[in-house]
Design a protein around this ligand. Sequence first.
Ligand SMILES: [Zn+2]
Length: 192
Amino acid sequence: MSQKVAGLKKEFQERDVERLRNLIKGKHGDKTRSSVGFSKADEFYAEGDIWEADGRTWTIKKGIKQNITKLDTAKKAHMMPLLCPNCKKVMKNRNDNTYYKVHKTCFRCVVLKEDKLKREGKWDEYHNGIINNEIDNKIKDFKLWIQDKVEESNSGHVSEDGDVERWVGKINKDKVDDNIKDVVEYLESLKK
Ligand SMILES: [Zn+2]
């Protein structure tokens, strides 16, 4: 056996022993370190690197492996275009950004629309619709966030030293689902 193989074997055994020890002690949240470049799945990437794996694009942001495609889509959804999609005028009012996020039009268009609704006696219905819509968005964001957290914990964490750290044991999926249900039920109860 060459020295290199012997070295790898030793490292592998030590790591496995540590993992077993943690499992036996029931320390499921404890971390074990795997050496960089040990297998293809553990290839080393540094902060800001972008690479493709499993048909998706990944990066490391603040030491955490993330799916870049998802981040980009989320960012674009909140980005304000130059012109209001409704009146086609340049959005330069200081309120435009805030109002665009919710209404997808400029501030002036929102004021005009709301005045009209008040005159027609449809204000309450409209206002509740906005609140319910925001709650729906929060539920969607929350589910995505949880999904990201679960994926993150499964794919490992790159520490500041550049080591890939993996969590021992599996996330309790039932417990995660229970928590999601509780939060979603609470948010739904806030609807008008
Ligand atoms: Zn407008």
